[in-house]
Design a protein around this ligand. Structure first.
Ligand code: FFO
Ligand code: ATP
Length: 194
């Protein structure tokens, strides 16, 4: 399982990078806009809980405008914060202009004085997803652990994977702790899984 996932992980890292690098600035901006529109269409309008996004890193789509759109509508926006290896992610409040710091995973995170909240919606970055809503991440188990931990606290969450269409594969190897996503949104489609 470990090595099967690792093989797919390296392959999908490479295809996401190749795809990203093949895009002109104009096309990439257009793709990000389509993703943002698709995501905004899935945010429930009958609830007001916090929405966790992510600060884009290497060759990921930039979906920050989702948060920038939701904040003026009265939603709280959150960004993930990594803890020690093996611990779930926690989420801290973010708004445009806030200072961020780089984590040991090279992600940009709110400072430790930004207030903590549990998200109601989590936008989940990924390397690959399959036809059943399973995802492959960087292999640290961050999001799997986090989703499980929130579910244990009886917090009802909506998980939305965010990806380019090139990240879709037929079937990923599954482990018992893998949490399928409710939705995956790409620049072309909105996939419903749960
Ligand atoms: N934008 C973003 N934020 C995120 C994640 C993510 O995937 N993307 N995470 C997802 O869990 C968490 C951080 N966890 C991470 C765990 C491992 C690596 C990692 O292995 N990075 C590679 C370099 C990536 C690359 O350059 O392609 C490395 O360090 O070798 C990154 C983040 C929370 N925040
Ligand atoms: N809920 C969990 N409880 C305990 N360990 C977990 C849990 N989820 C994942 N792990 C551990 O984390 C490691 C990485 O898991 P996996 O390969 O599924 O990561 P991933 O889904 O690709 O990445 P990520 O979730 O970090 O984006 C595995 O060694 C696994 O044992």
């Amino acid at each position: 399982m470990y090595s099967a996932k690792n093989v797919i992980r390296s392959r999908m890292k490479k295809s996401r990078e190749d795809y990203f690098k093949s895009l002109s600035d104009a096309v990439r901006i257009d793709l990000n806009k389509k993703l943002v529109k698709n995501i905004l269409g899935l945010i429930p309008s009958n609830t007001q809980g916090p929405v966790a996004g992510f600060w884009p890193m290497s060759f990921e789509p930039d979906i920050r405008p989702v948060l920038e759109t939701l904040i003026p509508q009265g939603r709280r926006a959150l960004l993930p914060v990594t803890q020690e290896l093996g611990a779930p992610l926690i989420f801290r409040s973010w708004k445009p202009g806030d200072r961020l710091q780089e984590s040991s995973f090279k992600t940009m995170e709110p400072l430790s004085n930004a207030p903590l909240y549990d998200p109601e919606v989590i936008l989940v970055p990924l390397l690959a997803f399959d036809g059943r809503g399973h995802r492959l991440g960087y292999g640290v188990g961050h999001y799997d652990r986090t989703i499980q931990c929130l579910q244990k606290k009886k917090i009802s969450i909506l998980t939305i994977g965010v990806a380019f269409e090139v990240q879709r594969v037929n079937e990923l190897p599954m482990a018992s702790y893998d949490q399928p996503l409710h939705w995956v949104v790409t620049e072309e489609k909105v996939y419903k899984f749960i």
